[in-house]
Design a protein around this ligand. Structure first.
Ligand code: TYD
Length: 137
C-alpha cells in the first residue's frame, strides 16, 4: 500500500519558520477537530483503531514518530519527521503510532468532531468490517 502524503509550504526567513494548512487547499477535507499527542514515552504505542468515516492528516510538528497503516490486506510503516510533511489516513484504516522521539508532538487534523461510535477498536472487528464492506460493494 502506498501512503498518501501532503507537503506543506515552508515559509522561512531569519525570524524562523512557519507552515500553514488550509482545508480545501492543502488537505482535502474541512477540519472538524484538531488534537495532538505529546509526552508520549519512547516505548509507548498509541492508536490501535480504525474509523468508519473519519479522515485525518497526521504531522509531527516537533520531533518524529512512526505510523503503521494497515488496510486489512497490506501494511506499511512511515516516519513522520518534518513539520511540513502530512500523512493522510483515510477511513477503514487501522493505525498505530510509535517510536516517538523525546518531546515529539503529533498533530492530528480530523474531518469530524470526536465520536466514539465511529471507532473500531478491535482488530478482528476491523477485519470483519473491511470484508463486510467489500462484499456489499
Ligand atoms: P484514544 O483514542 O485512546 O487515543 P489514541 O488514539 O492515541 O490511542 O484517546 C485517549 C482518550 O482521549 C480517550 O479517553 C478519548 C479521549 N479523546 C477525546 O476526548 N477527544 C479526542 O478527540 C480524542 C482523539 C480522544
Amino acid at each position: 500500500m502506498e501512503p498518501k502524503f501532503y507537503h506543506f509550504t515552508e515559509h522561512g526567513d531569519p525570524r524562523g519558520k512557519l507552515a500553514a494548512v488550509e482545508p480545501g487547499k492543502d488537505i482535502p477535507f474541512p477540519i472538524g477537530r484538531v488534537y495532538y499527542l505529546y509526552e508520549v514515552g519512547p516505548d509507548q504505542r498509541r492508536g490501535f483503531h480504525a474509523h468508519k468515516k473519519l479522515e485525518q492528516v497526521l504531522l509531527c510538528v516537533h520531533g518524529s514518530c512512526k505510523v503503521l497503516l494497515d488496510d486489512g490486506r497490506e501494511k506499511c510503516t512511515v516516519t513522520l519527521d518534518s513539520p511540513t510533511l502530512g500523512l493522510y489516513v483515510g477511513n477503514a484504516m487501522w493505525r498505530e503510532m510509535f517510536d516517538f522521539s523525546p518531546g515529539a508532538v503529533l498533530l492530528v487534523l480530523a474531518s469530524e468532531p470526536y465520536t466514539e461510535a465511529d471507532y473500531i477498536r478491535n482488530y478482528e472487528d476491523f477485519l470483519n468490517y473491511i470484508n463486510h464492506r467489500e462484499e456489499q460493494a
